[in-house]
Design a protein around this ligand. Structure first.
Ligand SMILES: [Zn+2]
Length: 199
C-alpha cells in the first residue's frame, strides 16, 4: 500500500503475528518513506536482508541512498537489517547514532526529533518504555508509523491483542494510542497492514 507523493509512504512488507501454542510466528511491518529524505522504518529480522534490498531496488532505491533508519523499538524483529545502511543515521527507540557517535536527544521529556518539515519522530512509549513513532504529513493525510503501539488494525476493537503482544506500560500505551488516533489519518501498525483511521 502506498500513500502520498512527496513524501510517499510505501509499505514494503506487511508484518504478521500468529500464536503457535508454545511459540509465536512473527515479523514486523517494514516501511519506506521516499522523498526528499529517504527513510526505512523497522528492518525486520536478520534473515530478511535479501528481501529488503530487493524491495528497495524495486522502488528505485539502493541501501546507500537511505539517510535514516528508524526502529520503533529495539526488539529483534524490528532491527535485524540495520547493518544494510552504513550511510544512515540510526534511530532505535530513544537512541540516535551514526557508527560510533551517539547524539543527545531528550525523547524522555517528550521532545520530538524533526527530520524535515514533513517528517518527525515522536516518543510513544508503552509497548517498551522507549518506543517511538514516525509522523509523516503527505498530500493524502497524516500517516503514523507506530510499530507495536498498535499490533494490527483488529486491536482497535480488541485490547487483548496489543496487551498480549507485551506491554511494558499499559497505562502509557493507552495514552499514546489515543494521541496517535487523534492526529493520524492512516496508521502503519507493528504487525499488520496499514489501515485508515475512521474519525
Ligand atoms: Zn514487534
Amino acid at each position: 500500500m502506498e500513500i502520498g507523493k512527496d513524501p510517499q509512504v510505501i509499505v514494503l512488507y506487511d508484518g504478521y503475528s500468529k500464536d503457535e501454542g508454545t511459540s509465536m510466528l512473527a515479523n514486523c511491518t517494514c516501511t519506506l518513506i521516499k522523498g526528499r529524505t529517504n527513510i526505512v522504518i523497522d528492518t525486520m529480522t536478520s534473515w530478511d536482508g535479501d528481501r529488503l534490498t530487493e524491495a528497495l531496488y524495486k522502488n528505485g532505491i539502493n541501501c546507500n541512498q537511505i539517510e535514516f533508519v528508524i526502529c520503533t523499538h529495539g526488539h529483534s524483529d524490528h532491527i535485524g537489517c540495520n547493518y544494510l545502511f552504513p550511510k544512515a543515521v540510526h534511530i532505535v527507540g530513544f537512541c540516535i547514532s551514526q557508527q560510533y557517535t551517539y547524539f543527545y536527544h531528550d525523547f524522555q521529556s517528550g521532545k520530538e526529533y524533526v527530520i524535515n518539515d514533513k517528517v518527525k519522530v515522536v516518543p510513544t512509549p508503552g509497548h517498551t518504555l522507549q518506543d517511538v513513532s514516525v509522523i509523516v504529513e503527505t498530500d493524502d493525510g497524516v500517516v503514523a508509523i507506530t510499530g507495536d503501539l498498535f499490533e494490527k488494525e483488529e486491536d482497535l476493537r480488541d485490547d487483548s491483542i496489543w496487551k498480549s503482544a507485551g506491554s511494558d506500560s499499559q497505562e502509557l500505551q493507552i495514552i499514546n494510542r489515543k494521541k496517535i488516533l487523534d492526529i493520524a489519518d492512516y496508521i502503519v501498525p507493528g504487525h499488520g497492514p496499514m489501515f485508515k483511521v475512521h474519525k
